[in-house]
Design a protein around this ligand. Sequence first.
Ligand SMILES: Nc1ncnc2c1ncn2[C@@H]1O[C@H](COP(=O)(O)OP(=O)(O)O)[C@@H](O)[C@H]1O
Ligand SMILES: Cc1cn([C@H]2C[C@H](O)[C@@H](COP(=O)(O)OP(=O)(O)O)O2)c(=O)[nH]c1=O
Length: 208
Amino acid sequence: MKASFITLDGIDGAGKSTNLNTIRSWFEKHQLPVLFTREPGGTAVGEALRKLLLDPTTHANARTETLMIFAARQQHLDEVIKPALAQDIHVVSDRFTDATFAYQGGGRGLPLADIATLENWVQQGLQPDLTLLLDVPLTVAQQRLSQNGNPDRFEQLDTAFFEHARTVYLDRAASAPQRYAIIDSSLNLDEVALQINQALAQLFGLNA
Ligand SMILES: Nc1ncnc2c1ncn2[C@@H]1O[C@H](COP(=O)(O)OP(=O)(O)O)[C@@H](O)[C@H]1O
Ligand SMILES: Cc1cn([C@H]2C[C@H](O)[C@@H](COP(=O)(O)OP(=O)(O)O)O2)c(=O)[nH]c1=O
């Protein structure tokens, strides 16, 4: 069986970190080899860029920010993702290129076609087999995040930024429904877990 590349995405506060445990448990239950990683990050170069990207005192414009994200992604693909897949290890990445379309495209307003150009250059056609898109209305995400302190450089952005980001995520999912599972993350955690387990089961042809 070919190893699968799965990504988890959605606006800040949608519940990605929380639901990683559900995904971990599903792979443990089915005894499938899996590597968990994240973007921006996943390598020494990527984690250094992540620190810069999330630091509220960093003044990078939207194009610079996008190039930094794709630089981290190139290293992540070459050093971590592609080698794991080549060894038949499934990969789950907490965020991937959908986040760039949503945040730098939708949120910052860069042309989506420019992001697609960088995507082609860096990924050379490699795409996730499944993207779990955790979707919540903005009011829910913001209410959940308000309980956490110290917002990072992105979490400080305004409501319009995240509305635009959410719209891009949903548009992308609608235009390629075979690749995306839209998870209604406004529900309680058990119901969210059920949807995630079902999407994973469908990808692997196994029981939820
Ligand atoms: N389905 C849910 N119901 C209630 N609270 C949730 C749910 N999912 C996440 N949360 C809470 O919302 C906050 C943000 O979740 P988190 O997983 O950190 O989001 P993300 O990683 O997508 O930014 C956390 O305090 C978390 O406990
Ligand atoms: C991967 C990626 C992340 N980001 C942003 C989204 C997040 O606000 C931030 C870090 O992602 P994330 O690790 O999800 O943040 P947290 O652990 O605080 O939930 O980087 C982009 O703007 N573009 C991208 O391509």
